[in-house]
Design a protein. Structure first.
Length: 293
């Protein structure tokens, strides 16, 4: 969720020592005891709320995190810079505002995620040649517009590296993984280094596994996710199409490569418009998206 802790004064000071601290996590009518590392802050509390209540949290709502203050005998908005140093009770409160996902893209707040476009998948993934072609367009566009690119490879020792047709020149990260989601600690660290990141443009394989799990983790961290439908596929068209439908219902934006690239330049007078126009001069292949499942 796009959870936001309001600023305030006070808060617990960080005492010396390590270990875990017991915390009672309250949401709606529920209260679940758990623990967090000593010195944990806002982000850790949010992740714990997602772990405990993720299936009940409406990702399209805004939330505020509150701390029970003994001196007031009631909850207060989580103080700015709060760190857990002693046993406490926190709650996640939904605000009465529904968020409309507009899906605006600007190069300065966007990162491209290229997921597992590897050689061993070539014979198995439907329309893989088309997916490679569209993925390469997106990466060329990212280089032209100065957009960071993060690339993962699923168990490359067994499944091979990214296909040769995909030019990874200038990629910020190229990481091996065994986890299906791309949201690795190194990826989270890289995102934290990029100021103002709001939107992730995600493509690769497989739609119903690594793409889906990555997208759900990203929106759980408050990021807006754009999945490029003509640059992602699965071994089965059924898995691919149902995954795209599910993700769209979750508030993730399912779109096309041409829409992404033209939204990023936004204006015919953009200095890179002509070069982007050359990338899309020939329409992208439909990669089976218009055929019946």
């Amino acid at each position: 969720p796009e959870a936001a802790a309001a600023s305030g004064g006070g808060g617990c000071s960080l005492a010396s020592g390590g270990g875990s601290v017991p915390v009672l996590f309250c949401f709606s009518v529920f209260a679940r005891p758990s623990s967090v590392p000593h010195g944990a802050g806002y982000e850790v509390l949010i992740q714990k709320f997602l772990n405990l209540y993720g299936d009940q949290i409406d990702m399209h709502r805004k939330f505020v995190v509150q701390l029970f203050a003994e001196e007031w005998s009631q909850y207060i908005d989580l103080p700015k810079g709060f760190l857990v140093s002693e046993r406490c009770k926190v709650r996640l409160v939904p605000l009465q505002i529904q968020i409309t996902t507009l899906g605006n893209l600007t190069p300065s707040s966007t990162v491209f995620f290229c997921c597992d476009m590897q050689e061993r998948f070539r014979p198995a993934i439907k329309y893989f040649g088309d997916i490679i072609s569209v993925g390469q367009r997106l990466l060329q566009g990212a280089r032209l517009l100065g957009i960071p690119v993060i690339v993962t490879e699923q168990y490359p020792k067994g499944l091979g590296s990214t296909v040769q047709e995909i030019d990874l020149t200038g990629a910020k990260l190229v990481l091996p993984k065994t986890k299906f989601s791309m949201v690795l600690p190194e990826v989270e660290a890289a995102l934290a280094e990029i100021p103002g990141v709001r939107s992730i443009v995600l493509f690769g394989v497989e739609t119903h596994v690594c793409i889906q799990q990555t997208a759900l983790e990203l929106i759980g961290r408050g990021l807006e996710v754009h999945i490029v439908a003509d640059a992602t596929s699965s071994r089965s068209m059924m898995d691919r199409m149902f995954a795209l439908e599910r993700l769209a219902r979750t508030g993730i934006i399912v779109t096309t490569s041409e829409a992404i690239l033209l939204q990023l330049v936004a204006d015919k007078e953009h200095p890179k418009f002509k070069e982007i126009q050359n990338l899309i001069k020939a329409s992208a292949p439909e990669s089976g998206l218009l055929s019946k499942v």
